[in-house]
Design a protein around this ligand. Structure first.
Ligand SMILES: [Zn+2]
Length: 330
C-alpha cells in the first residue's frame, strides 16, 4: 500500500497511521455498524484520504450488509464456477440472465435477494445445477463447455448420492411407516432421529446438517424435494427395502414413528422451539427472520445427551417420556 499521502492540512506528502474504530454507514436506507479503518497524518494528526483503505472499508460494509440481509457471500459466488467447472459467461446464460450479469456479481456487485437465492441454490444443489445445464445447453456457445461441466457435476452427484443414501433410507422408512406425515413433521422426525440415534448408539445416522429455520430445524434438500406438498401429507411409500438396515436402527426409527410422528408438524415445531439447539443457533434473530445457519451436530449431541440424562432414558422406547413431557409444556 501507498505509505505516503497528501495531507491537506500540512499541504505536503506525509506518512500516516491506520487505526480502527466502530463506525456506521447507511446502505439502501438502513444503517449498518461495522469496524472501519481510518488513516491519520503522522505530522498533524488529522484524517487523510487513502483510496485503498476506503475500498477496504466499503468491502467490510458490504460484507456486513450481505450477512444481515442473507445475501450470498462473495466467496460463495466465486466458488460456483469452480465447483461446476463452467465459465462465468456460460453460467450466466444457464441462469437465464444476461451474459455479463454473473461476472458483475463475481466482481463484487450485490445481487438482489431473488438472484442471491438462486445462486445459493445452485451452489448447494448439484442436481439443480445439472437441470439448468441440460435445459440451457443449446444456449451455450461450445459443446466442450457443456461436456466439461456435465462431467464435473456428475462426479459431484455420485459422491453426494453415496453420502445421502443413509438419509434417503431413513426418509423412505418414515414415509412408509407414518400416515399423514407432512413436510413439516418429516423434518422434525429426521431431527429427532439424529439426536436420539446419537445418544443411544453414539453416532449420527446421516451426514447432512439441518438449519435453524423459522419453523424449526430443516434439512434443506429434503425440504426442497417435498415443498410442493405444503401442509398436505406426503404420498406414502409402499415397501421400502430395509433389508440392509441394522436392527437397532429400526428399533430407534420405530420409536420415533410411534412417539414423535404421532404429533402434528405444528406441535413438533413447538417442541423444537423450546429446545436449545434451535434457540442457540438462531441467537438474537427475530422470530420471522430467515436464515441458513446450521445447527451444529455437536450442539444437537450435547442437548440430546442432557435429555437422556434428565429422563433417565435406557432404550429408544423412552423417547415416549420426553415427547409426553414436551407436549405437557405447550
Ligand atoms: Zn497533516
Amino acid at each position: 500500500m501507498n505509505r505516503i499521502v497528501f495531507c491537506p492540512e500540512c499541504r505536503q506528502d506525509v506518512k500516516f497511521s491506520v487505526r480502527e474504530k466502530a463506525d456506521s454507514a447507511e446502505l439502501k436506507g438502513k444503517a449498518y455498524e461495522f469496524i472501519s479503518k481510518n488513516a491519520y497524518c503522522d505530522v498533524c494528526g488529522s484524517e487523510v484520504y487513502v483510496p485503498e483503505i476506503e475500498d477496504e472499508n466499503l468491502k467490510t460494509l458490504y460484507d456486513v450488509y450481505r450477512q444481515k440481509q442473507g445475501i450470498i457471500s462473495l466467496e460463495d459466488i466465486r466458488a460456483i464456477p469452480e465447483k461446476y467447472n463452467i465459465g462465468k459467461r456460460p453460467l450466466s446464460l444457464l441462469l437465464g440472465w444476461g451474459e455479463q450479469t454473473f461476472s458483475r456479481y463475481y466482481d463484487g456487485d450485490m445481487p438482489t435477494k431473488q438472484y442471491s437465492e438462486k445462486l445459493k441454490q445452485v451452489l448447494a444443489d448439484p442436481a439443480y445445477y445439472l437441470s439448468l445445464l441440460e435445459n440451457g445447453k443449446d444456449n451455450l456457445k461450445s459443446d466442450k463447455a457443456y461436456e466439461k461441466s456435465k462431467a464435473a457435476t456428475e462426479s459431484l452427484l455420485n459422491i453426494s448420492v453415496s453420502q445421502q443414501s443413509k438419509m434417503e433410507c431413513v426418509v423412505k422408512y418414515l414415509l412408509s411407516q407414518c400416515r399423514d406425515i407432512t413436510p413439516l413433521s418429516l423434518q422434525k422426525a429426521l431431527y429427532y432421529v439424529q439426536g436420539f440415534n446419537y445418544v443411544f448408539f453414539g453416532s449420527f445416522l446421516f451426514e447432512e446438517n439441518c438449519e435453524a429455520w423459522v419453523h424449526g430445524p430443516v434439512y434443506r434438500d429434503i425440504y426442497r424435494r417435498y415443498s410442493s406438498y405444503c401442509y398436505d401429507p406426503i404420498d406414502s411409500i409402499e415397501d421400502p427395502d430395509v433389508s440392509s438396515m441394522p436392527a437397532e436402527e429400526k428399533v430407534l426409527l420405530d420409536s420415533v414413528v410411534k412417539h414423535i410422528c404421532c404429533y402434528s408438524g405444528k406441535t413438533l415445531e413447538s417442541f423444537t422451539h423450546l429446545e436449545t439447539p434451535w434457540i442457540s443457533t438462531r441467537g438474537n434473530l427475530s422470530v420471522e427472520a430467515s436464515t441458513d445457519r446450521v445447527i451444529p451436530k455437536q450442539v444437537i449431541g450435547e442437548y440430546f445427551s442432557s435429555v437422556k440424562d434428565k429422563y433417565r432414558m435406557l432404550t429408544p422406547a423412552n423417547i415416549k417420556d420426553y415427547a409426553q413431557d414436551m407436549f405437557s409444556k405447550l
